[in-house]
Design a protein around this ligand. Structure first.
Ligand code: S3P
Length: 176
């Protein structure tokens, strides 16, 4: 039984890589944010707006404990998931955790291209956004760095490069 868990900052490509890896391996893919949204019948943004971040983290914790029990799956976590409660230790117990690592400039670029609304990044000017990402990533890095594996995704900006990252990941995890 394999369980592959992708973590990393917002915009690091967890969902993109997870989906691509799922397509190649045939393992089921779960995105924790999507799972939360379907179970709660609300978007992550709505949960943040109506109930606040603390309530969201509790919901995220509970949903994580459901998804991370599924077998033979690839799971992409939210950017904050490993940084609350004992989540990172739990994740390391549950499967092969991979940190998708990128520099703030790359994350910033990906986030500008993405369409997903992220409550923590709302209403920021480009300057504020890059400063926020730089500082926030520094605070979160000690959690991310507890992952068993690290994959550098700085170059993840087109289809071919995603395929290269997926191939690297398959080698790293010795997946056939
Ligand atoms: C968050 C990241 C988001 C989502 C929520 C909070 C964070 O997921 O869980 O907006 O704290 O970094 P993505 O990393 O998939 O954007």
């Amino acid at each position: 039984m394999r369980r592959i868990i992708l973590i990393g900052y917002m915009g690091s490509g967890k969902t993109t890589v997870g989906k691509a890896l799922s397509k190649e391996t045939g393992m089921m893919f779960y995105d924790l944010d999507w799972y939360i949204e379907s179970r709660m019948h609300k978007s992550v943004s709505q949960i943040f707006a109506e109930r606040g971040e603390e309530a969201f983290r509790k919901i995220e914790y509970n949903m994580l404990h459901e998804v991370a029990e599924f077998e033979d799956v690839i799971i992409s976590c939210g950017g904050g998931t490993p940084c609350f409660f004992d989540n990172i230790d739990y994740l390391n117990q549950q499967g092969d955790v991979v940190y998708l690592k990128a520099e703030p400039e790359t994350l910033y670029k990906h986030l500008l291209m993405g369409k997903v609304e992220r409550p923590l990044l709302k209403n920021k000017t480009p300057e504020e956004l890059i400063a926020y990402i730089t500082q926030h990533l520094k605070e979160r890095a000690p959690f991310y760095e507890k992952a068993r594996y690290t994959l550098d995704v700085t170059v993840l900006d087109d289809y071919d490069k995603i395929q290269v990252s997926v191939a690297t990941l398959r080698t790293l995890l010795k997946l056939s």
